[in-house]
Write a protein that binds this ligand. Structure first.
Ligand SMILES: C[S@@+](CC[C@H](N)C(=O)[O-])C[C@H]1O[C@@H](n2cnc3c(N)ncnc32)[C@H](O)[C@@H]1O
Length: 206
């Protein structure tokens, strides 16, 4: 994938970052985050990675809900990360890094869980993202994948011409297919809001 693909995405989100938490988007995304937490299961003292964390609102919610959680947010956009750092109310437990899902700046088997809310749709090569998530998850760890389902009238592998590089939306069966090369178990698909569906994957213990 050429760097101009990621440059286009980065610029788009850099420009959006300072207004990202305006009323409309914040109500929508916070509603998704709230619903997601109804389905999350974490071990004691969990380490969580939030991929495409934006301004860090989901991690803030996690930190408030789980007082012993350590969280890391990663995002392609420096402006998003700067917003997240500025608003971080849990300096001792949450940190934020700039990076690309295709090459995560973390050692293997670091995290008990990885979350990704409405960000995966921007990733051009789902199989590369999945392999990286698998690498950083501990055995038995969970991946919480939250995104839109494809819209009626679009083919399975349509690229939606919204935002630079387009968006890629996946049906439940396509999400399950992603898990096959890495051997994850799909625990289920759960409707969160309008066309937003959570898919929970579990990495095997061995
Ligand atoms: C619509 S925002 C969602 C932000 C946040 N997850 C939320 O729920 O509010 C999508 C985010 O994904 C990030 N993103 C897009 N492509 C990425 C990539 N290849 N690696 C890491 N982050 C990426 C964008 O910079 C943006 O902040």
């Amino acid at each position: 994938m050429t760097s101009s693909f990621f440059d286009g995405k980065r610029q788009f989100f850099d420009i959006w970052a300072s207004n990202y938490d305006c009323l409309l988007t914040t109500v929508f995304y916070q509603a998704i985050h709230q619903r997601l937490l109804e389905f999350v299961e974490l071990p004691p003292s969990p380490r969580l990675l939030d991929l495409g964390c934006g301004t860090g609102r989901l991690l803030d919610r996690f930190a408030r809900t789980y007082p012993d959680l350590q969280g890391t947010g990663l995002d392609l956009s420096l402006e998003m990360i700067q917003q997240a750092r500025k608003r971080n109310a849990f300096d001792d437990r949450l940190d934020f890094a700039v990076g690309n899902v295709e090459s995560l700046p973390f050692d293997a088997e670091q995290f008990d869980a990885v979350s990704c809310t409405v960000s995966f749709l921007h990733y051009p090569r789902p199989e590369v993202a999945i392999a990286e998530i698998d690498r950083v998850l501990k055995p038995g760890g969970r991946f919480y994948f939250v995104d839109y389902l494809p819209f009626e009238g679009f083919g399975e592998n349509s690229i939606y011409p919204v935002s630079p590089g387009g968006l890629r939306l996946y049906a439940r069966s396509q999400r399950e297919d992603f898990a096959k090369p890495v051997g994850w178990r799909c625990e289920g698909h759960y409707h969160l809001l309008i066309r937003i569906v959570l898919t929970i994957f579990v990495k095997s213990e061995n």
